[in-house]
Design a protein around this ligand. Structure first.
Ligand code: ATP
Ligand code: MG
Length: 277
């Protein structure tokens, strides 16, 4: 069953006529992009900086409207839905950000941060809220004592755990993770990937996992879509992409993946070389 579908999506920024800065050209951030996500699937979305990954995430979540094209959730077209109508599916699609701290209200405690989406969706009883928040905290590996802390009183890893807890509080079906662990060290990153896997099993989640690191998605994702200049140029299983990348852009991304053994390192493909060829 298709959970999410994008059909010929386009997003252009700054195309309106600018009287005071003539000659400024707009940006085609997402360019005629189509894909679909099956229920229960984990899709990795990779690509170099500026290729349109975060823009695509905002379009899928309905935070921005596409310039053209359609987005569908469980075959329902929500492209033109108003902000208030989006409420009916917003609880089913959530997001985890690269820097969770910046997305938290600094005056809220962990309990208020995780409880906020629950309150927004009608849960008012303090006792029930406390139980739900505690249950969610436990699922992401935090302790009860963290409930009264403010975000700046947590480590980077704990902040990302609170970000995940807030995302799963409403028991969504899909979570879009936008480079959620890129600021964490390698060991912590591995722990967080394991946590996402565990939550997927327990809660039956689907993920879109955005990163520009191909090595991270290899084991974690069912399939990987490679983005380049606003479009998807290749979509394969992680294993296939690591072994036989078909598109030159994917080969260049792969050549940038760090390899521990120097003897196994391939030749880096520079952008300049590719353009010369
Ligand atoms: N609100 C905006 N107004 C104008 N241009 C924008 C806006 N948001 C994004 N862009 C442009 O759209 C392009 C795609 O940006 P986006 O943030 O989606 O890239 P990204 O793939 O997420 O990059 P990164 O890996 O660095 O996060 C960039 O050229 C960016 O400058
Ligand atoms: Mg981004």
């Amino acid at each position: 069953m298709k959970l999410l579908e994008a059909v010929s999506l386009n997003k252009r920024y700054g195309m309106e006529r600018r009287w005071f800065t003539p000659g400024v050209r707009g940006v085609q951030a997402v360019n005629n992009l189509s894909f679909s996500l099956e229920s229960g699937e984990t899709l990795g979305l990779v690509g170099e900086s500026g290729c349109g990954k975060s823009t695509l995430a905002r379009l899928l979540l309905g935070l921005e409207k596409p310039s053209s094209g359609r987005v569908l959730y469980r075959s329902e077209d929500y492209t033109d839905w108003s902000f208030s109508k989006m409420r009916t599916i917003r609880n089913r699609m959530q997001m985890v950000f690269q820097n969770s701290l910046a997305s938290f209200n600094p005056l809220f405690t962990v309990e208020q941060i995780i409880g906020e989406p629950l309150r927004n969706y009608g849960e008012r009883k303090a006792q029930t809220l406390r139980v739900m928040v505690e249950d969610t905290l436990e699922r992401v590996g935090l302790e009860r004592q963290h409930i009264h802390r403010y975000p700046h009183e947590l480590s980077g890893g704990q902040q990302q755990r609170v970000g995940i807890a807030r995302a799963i509080a409403l028991r969504p079906e899909l979570i879009i993770c936008d480079e959620p662990f890129s600021s964490l060290d390698v060991t912590l990153r591995k722990q967080m990937m394991d946590l996402l896997q565990e939550l997927k099993r327990e809660l039956g989640l689907s993920y879109i996992f955005i990163t520009h690191d191909l090595s991270v998605v290899n084991r974690f994702c069912d399939s990987v879509a490679v983005m380049y200049q606003g479009g998807i140029v290749e979509r394969q299983t992680g294993e296939h992409i690591m072994q036989h990348a078909d598109h030159p852009h994917t080969r260049r991304l792969l050549s940038a993946v760090p390899v521990q053994d120097p003897r196994l390192r391939g030749h880096r493909i520079s952008r300049e070389k590719e353009y010369r060829e």
